[in-house]
Design a protein around this ligand. Structure first.
Ligand SMILES: NC(=O)CC[C@H](N)C(=O)O
Length: 363
């Protein structure tokens, strides 16, 4: 049993929670958001969309299955993580499991957080905290070590995508269809899902002019922070609209395609972070259970007449995707690549590749 040190969680409204430190023992500030998923902490911690945020897990027991091995697949991508490092700023949990057990575990969550310099706090009433965030809305907060004060930090005041995106172009696989992946802080399972479907993935930085590339389709990835910072990406997406090839956007990708189409985005009160968000296909009775992690959303009322909502969230009627009425362009606000979460909507990758095949056959 490691030496246990006290640490505090301080919210911008002055609320203070006292807990125990189980990660890197240092102070950190960010935006406090909650996720209600029951599994998937290794994937969440490495999801670049959490950059600038401190995550609260409502599932009380965390750490019980440790941290997976960091081996890589044939393309050099880690098998069990969504990026090459922990992106979130801190982790807030109720009960830390000092014992871990899993066939694939390599180390404890505590050890991993310490290695990566990320603070963790346990012993927090995460239900009370989540109720507060639901009532007040997302709040800024800090995990603070006694005698090490930090200022509050608002991730919406900076371009987080520029910090999470890849610095250079990289090509994966050797499949039939060339897909440009605009990396706004992409989760690796988007690359895996594309590679499984006979594609070559050309991963490029968020502000790279991919319209000069030789490509068959474009994927705009997920990513952290306010989509309004991605104006260079928006300008390139507009150029791609004119090129007419299939485009698929996920999460931040949905928001950026929306902005490029002329629509507006706004910030939700406390976002959607879970494995069980019910989403309905518009003009259809089909519903899907989806994995989600976002704060911003497209305002359906601002969609221009060439575009229409594709999916809607059944809990709060917010936008969950859009499509162009005539061009092969569509996007989802949820995560069809899951990891973690239900894989029910992975068929959207099949739809995308089918669009590419049809477009190639016609042109
Ligand atoms: N996962 C994502 O791509 C999130 C998109 C955006 N950063 C949001 O919070 O809404």
């Amino acid at each position: 049993m490691p030496e246990l040190k006290k640490i505090k969680l301080i919210l911008e409204d002055g609320t203070v929670f006292e807990g125990t430190s189980f990660g890197c023992h240092k102070s950190v500030a960010g935006e406090v958001v909650f996720n209600t998923a029951m599994t998937g902490y290794p994937e969440s911690l490495t999801d670049p969309s959490y950059k600038g945020q401190i995550l609260v897990t409502t599932y009380p027991l965390i750490g019980n299955y440790g941290v997976p091995v960091d081996d890589v697949d044939e393309y050099g991508l880690p098998n069990f993580f969504e990026s090459d490092r922990i992106h979130l700023s801190g982790l807030i949990i109720s009960d830390y499991s000092f014992e871990y057990s899993h066939w694939n575990a390599q180390k404890s969550l505590s050890q991993w957080l310490q290695e990566q310099g990320v603070p963790g706090i346990f012993g927090i009433d995460t239900r009370a905290l989540t109720k507060k965030l639901r009532e007040t809305g997302t709040m800024l907060g800090k995990i603070e070590v006694e005698g090490q004060p930090v200022d509050f930090y608002n991730p919406d005041k900076e371009n987080q995508v520029a910090k999470a995106s890849t610095p250079k172009k990289e090509v994966y696989g050797n499949g039939k269809h060339k897909v440009v992946l605009v990396d706004c802080g992409c989760k690796y399972n988007i690359i895996r899902c594309l590679l499984k479907r006979d594609t070559t993935v050309i991963r490029v930085p968020w502000d790279y002019d991919f319209t000069q590339e030789d490509y068959d389709g474009v994927m705009i990835s997920n990513g952290p922070g306010d989509p309004q910072y991605c104006q260079p990406t928006v300008a390139n997406i507009r150029k791609a609209f004119d090129q007419g090839k299939p485009i698929f956007g996920i999460c931040m990708g949905n928001q950026l395609i929306g902005i490029a189409s002329g629509a507006k985005t706004y910030k939700l009160k406390y976002g959607h972070r879970a494995h069980n968000h019910p989403v309905r296909k518009v003009n259809d009775t089909k519903c899907f259970i989806t994995s989600q992690n976002h704060s911003f959303a497209i305002d359906n009322a601002t969609l221009s007449s060439d575009w229409e909502p594709l999916f809607v969230n059944i809990n709060d009627d917010t936008n969950e995707g859009i499509q162009h009425k005539t061009k092969p362009i569509f996007s989802a606000q949820f995560h069809p690549e899951a990891f973690s979460g239900p894989t029910d909507t992975e068929f959207l990758f099949d739809d995308f590749v089918k669009m590419i095949e049809e477009h190639k056959a016609k042109n």
